[in-house]
Design a protein around this ligand. Structure first.
Ligand code: ACM
Ligand code: ZN
Length: 652
């Protein structure tokens, strides 16, 4: 492996466009004269690919393996099973791929996709034959990469349950299909823990998996198992009694330990998500920490278990990698290139001993929002290069600007392979906030080697536009445009900030929610409720007060709200407006009610709520609003709580 990695370093130092076929091409090759002594910080330097939510074609896996090898990453964890598709041929159970690998076509974003109906055509999906997987394993092995198979259980298993519904608890009466989205209540359908034939099934599947994959590890998943049906299932309850278990959580412990014992009997080591720490850990299990900055895995470390960190907050590659206005849609949250690069897995507060148990780190790519190989590669690169440096380099060796110049060279290799890596690192983040009756605009880019240039007259910025250095102050309507430049070369997208002043703009807003200051920043949000322009309330009514500074004549008040069906974001059930001159005694001046049908529309749209006010003066404007309540029965999130989001308070 060491020799192979040395070659990769040489390869990185050479130009990307080496050609094997013509000698003349070698003329221009140049290598700096260097001496390098090198070794990795961690033995586990991984990437997880979720091939269930989106079936990643074999060719894309091979190209990913090439890039991992160039970056000296050495573990590829394949999430082969989930509610949305079973991706590996199992010869003994052909329906796993005949049925379980295929789902209905739904064109909505993942969270908004409705469950399949019985008899619907299932046209989307695919799977790897064992022969294809063997080729992938061999390809990886010759590049010093070990493929770790994950066969999820007991939850995230609607794909196998669609094929073999008798493996679910007998209390489940609903149709089980391969889920195209989040699944709502159907995601609570999991393997029955009281039915011995479930364990025979799993053992037979694992026999083929363990024969196919040379890895010493088998990942058994174990995350996010809803106990809804186990609570009502006579077989599961009988198991709890006969095994003397305290509750359904301990029943999962029994489930995982029983399968783990089988895996151990074959000489392999079990891995699982950090939910395995919720009950007795299977002997010897290696735990992947993903929740709470990965700290959930420390419970395993405390018991002497090896662990790997892949914290959702920093190393989940499904999250936005830059300013959300320019990115393809995902659930929420940002993990920028810089966030990944600056991640330090070992914390000062750790007990001695934990760091010896830390095997390494992993970037995990969940593919709910991917539908092409390009979508996958966009999310992987260039963050994979940052991950590789964190996994390889010693703590304290971090150098962000040095990394960027190395990255620019590495990206030439990506381009040469035809990979469209994300250029999010060139885009501008903005913050527009009220400050003493004016608006303060802060712009930033994670690349310190670029200049930010801007205009305020609506013209596109160029290399001669005003140079941004400190926050700008805006006192009236303005159409600000900005982009990053290297000299005269524009590097990122043009950020456009159309700032509109109304009576409330730049005025202070108070309320229990810290983000209410965004309501008077003169700027509307996008249709992304997590873009930094929205103020949200979950499962509760809310209120806030705007201080207009002096008595103002008011005729109309508008609130920008959002409807995002898939994410359970809906407009408020009612809005009530009150005015006051002293901020103490208020009188109601307008109210509006919205119906259930108006509030739970499908799709994603801005919904502006207008309230006409009988013209009158007042200084303090209080807004009270009602949460729309739980999602109705026909909703993808039936019975789940809802969010209300506002981006702007507009007073005229
Ligand atoms: C996970 O993100 N459910 C492991
Ligand atoms: Zn059961």
């Amino acid at each position: 492996a060491g020799f192979y990695y040395a070659l990769q370093t040489v390869r990185q130092l050479l130009p990307p466009d080496l050609r094997k076929d013509t000698n003349s091409q070698t003329q221009g090759w140049e290598l700096p004269c260097v001496e390098i002594t090198d070794h990795p910080r961690f033995g586990y330097r991984g990437l997880m690919l979720d091939v269930s939510r989106y079936f990643i074609p074999k060719a894309t896996l091979l190209r990913t393996i090439d890039c991992m090898a160039l970056l000296k990453l050495n573990k590829l964890h394949l999430h082969l099973v989930d509610d949305n598709g079973w991706r590996l041929e199992i010869k003994r159970y052909p329906r796993l791929t005949q049925v379980g690998a295929w789902r209905v076509k739904r064109d909505e974003p993942f969270p908004a996709r409705k469950n399949p109906l019985p008899g619907e055509q299932t046209t989307e999906g695919g799977f790897y034959t064992q022969q294809e997987m063997k080729e992938i394993i061999d390809y990886a092995e010759s590049r010093q990469i070990e493929i770790i198979p994950e066969i999820e259980m007991p939850a995230h298993t609607n794909s196998s349950l669609a094929a073999y519904p008798e493996l679910a608890c007998p209390v489940v009466k609903s149709f089980i299909g391969v889920i195209p989205g989040l699944g709502g209540k159907n995601a609570e359908i999991i393997y029955c823990a009281g039915n011995d034939s479930v364990f025979s099934f799993i053992e037979n599947v694992l026999d083929e998996v363990m024969a196919l994959f040379p890895s010493r590890y088998v990942h058994l998943g174990g995350d996010e198992a809803a106990k809804t049906h186990w609570k009502n299932c006579p077989l599961c309850q009988h198991r709890i009694q006969t095994e003397n278990l305290a509750n359904e959580e301990e029943l999962q412990g029994y489930f995982m330990e029983r399968v783990s014992r089988y895996v151990r009997s074959k000489g392999k080591t079990v891995m699982g998500w950090d939910e395995l720490t919720n009950s007795k850990l299977p002997e010897g299990a290696v735990i992947y920490g993903w929740r709470g900055d990965g700290e959930a895995a420390l419970k395993a470390a405390e018991l002497g278990h090896p662990f790997i960190l892949t914290p959702a907050r920093t190393l989940y590659l499904i999250r936005y990698q830059g300013p959300q206005w320019f990115e393809p849609l995902t659930y929420f949250g940002n993990n920028t290139l810089k966030d990944v690069y600056q991640y330090e897995p070992v914390k000062d507060k750790w007990k001695p001993g934990y760091s010896q148990l830390l095997q390494g780190i992993q970037g995990s790519l969940w593919t709910e929002f991917c539908s092409t190989p390009q979508d996958v590669e966009y999310l992987i690169y260039p963050r994979l290069a940052a991950l590789a440096e964190v996994a390889w380099s010693e703590k304290g060796k971090k150098d962000w600007t040095g990394f960027l110049s190395r990255l620019d060279r590495f990206n030439l290799h990506l381009s040469h392979k035809g990979i469209d890596y994300a250029r999010s690192m060139y885009n501008i983040d903005h913050k527009v906030l009220p400050r003493n009756g004016e608006l303060e605009v802060s712009l930033s880019c994670i690349r310190p080697d670029l200049e930010i240039r801007y205009t305020t007259n609506g013209d596109a910025p160029d290399g001669r536009s005003a140079l941004y250095s400190t926050p700008l102050t805006i006192a009236g309507n303005c159409n600000l445009k900005a982009a990053t430049f290297n000299g005269s070369e524009q590097k990122g997208e043009v950020l456009t900030l159309p700032v509109h002043f109304n009576i409330a703009t730049a005025k202070p807003v108070t309320g229990e929610n810290i983000n209410t200051r965004l309501l008077t920043n003169g700027l509307r949000g996008s249709d992304r409720h997590t873009d930094g322009e929205w103020c949200g309330w979950y499962a509760q009514d809310g209120s806030f007060v705007a201080d207009l500074g002096e008595r103002q004549k008011i005729t109309r008040v508008s609130l920008g709200s959002l409807n995002n069906f898939g994410m359970g974001v809906h407009p408020p059930r009612y809005v009530k407006l009150y005015l006051s001159d002293n901020g103490q005694s208020y009188h109601q001046v307008a109210t509006i009610q919205r119906t259930q049908a108006q509030n739970f529309a499908e799709g994603t749209q801005a919904v502006d709520i207008h309230l006409d006010v009988h013209p009158q003066k007042g200084r303090f404007l209080k807004v009270e609003f009602g949460n729309p309540g739980k999602c109705p029965a026909n909703h993808v999130r039936a019975q789940q709580d809802t969010w209300v989001y506002f981006d702007e308070l507009i007073v005229e």
